[in-house]
Ligand binder design. Structure first.
Ligand code: MRU
Length: 379
């Protein structure tokens, strides 16, 4: 069965509650943009492409209901103003991933054009938005499949020593079906290697402090029966320095790739890139073009979201009673009360440490000048 993080049908949106995974697979209905904002903020849905799609579809659901109940503002102009105000609000839910603001900007332009066309009605503007938001869902799955194929081919041809046909790959955070409309980016590369017989083994990091690796990626790897091992973030150096069974490539996703290739991704990614360079392991970023932000010149200009201290001082999991075997979801404290905490959700990996950026249009590598030319992938 295919893992579906986002379910959408005829204006009805529901998402799998990622805070309950891997223990409980429960879906939450989202009927309004306000509910969409809340689920993104609380990380019930997370991952750069997924939050953009859920934001857009939450507003599509709201508009669909207003349409059905005949409650839309009366004219085309007013509907456009309403949609743009809601999009601006949705963008405030999480700042680092560019996919959300990129989607909002594109949808805003579509809606403005629709409202300005002569004789446009309120209903037409709302319907134009709904169709454009729905198209994002399908496009993301197509893009991820292409990313998976390009990445798998690159690893098989450029990351393996002669005589080796199957790759050992490490990934960080969750970039799979749960972080996208489906299939995934970095995890899509692993899925693609697996389906064409090119994967020997996958490693996923726990990804402290929020444990997207152990809770979500491990869940997806088990779900798809991919040969995989979970390690804590602090074990990567030891794994890369092991003799025999060398990791061939580290593949991660991205929340924002700036014009020069500097990449913001889940906290810990930068450390992995440093370790990869030290051990001669290829380091790849897998991301759709919607994650590449040519307007942001370098990583210095990327805003890094800081999240609450409680994500570091507490941990959520399934409590099991040793005697009765009863289990319930719970949160436990793991740090001394009163300690100061710094909790940046992302870090920036300098482009110099990245060997390739895998997109749906192919893998970008640095030119003879040592620089990425990502603009070539657009237009
Ligand atoms: O804080 P999160 O869980 O939203 O962070 C997710 C990541 O950093 C992912 O690697 C990134 O969004 C790419 S998802 C395809």
């Amino acid at each position: 069965m295919v893992l579906e993080a986002i379910r959408y049908n005829g204006g009805k949106l529901s998402i799998i509650d990622q805070l309950q995974l891997p223990f409980l697979e429960s879906y939450i209905d989202i009927q309004t943009s306000e509910e969409g904002w809340q689920t993104i903020k609380k990380m019930q849905v997370r991952g750069a492409p997924a939050i953009a799609i859920v934001a857009a579809l939450s507003l599509a659901s709201e508009l669909q209901q207003l349409l059905t109940q005949n409650k839309l503002p009366t004219n085309a102009e007013e509907v456009a103003v309403f949609i743009i105000e809601r999009l601006t609000y949705l963008v405030t839910s999480r700042p680092t991933a560019v996919n959300l603001s990129d989607a909002a900007r594109k949808l805003e332009s579509i809606v403005s054009k629709s409202a300005q066309s002569s004789g446009a009605t309120a209903q037409e503007v709302a319907s134009t938005f709904i169709i454009a938001a729905e198209a994002m869902l399908t496009k993301d799955i197509e893009d991820n499949t292409a990313i998976g194929e390009h990445g798998a081919r690159w690893i098989s041809t450029k990351a393996l020593p002669e005589q080796q046909s199957k790759a050992i790959v490490l990934t960080h955070c969750n970039t799979g079906s749960l972080a996208t409309a489906g299939y995934g980016t970095a995890l899509g590369v692993i899925r693609s290697l697996m389906s064409n017989g090119g994967l020997r083994h996958a490693y996923c990091t726990e990804t402290r402090p929020y444990n997207q690796g152990s809770r979500l990626t491990a869940f997806e790897l088990v779900h798809d029966e991919i040969p995989a091992t979970l390690i804590t973030d602090s074990m990567v150096a030891a794994l890369l320095s092991r003799r025999g069974d060398q990791v061939n490539a580290i593949v991660v996703g991205a929340d924002r790739v700036s014009a020069n290739g500097d990449t913001a991704n889940k906290i810990g990614t930068y450390g992995l890139a440093v370790l990869a360079r030290h051990h001669g392991v290829k380091f790849l970023v897998a991301a759709p073009l919607t994650t590449i932000d040519l307007a942001t010149k370098s990583g210095d200009d990327i805003i890094i979201e800081e999240r609450p201290p409680s994500e570091v001082t507490r941990i959520k999991g399934l409590e099991e009673d040793d005697v009765t075997g009863d289990a319930k979801l719970g949160t436990v404290k793991i740090a001394a009360d009163g300690i100061d905490v710094w909790n940046p959700a992302f870090d920036v990996t300098p482009f110099a440490l990245i060997d390739g950026i895998i997109t749906e249009r192919g893998v970008a590598e640095k030119g003879a000048d040592g620089l990425f030319h990502l603009e070539e992938f657009f237009g």
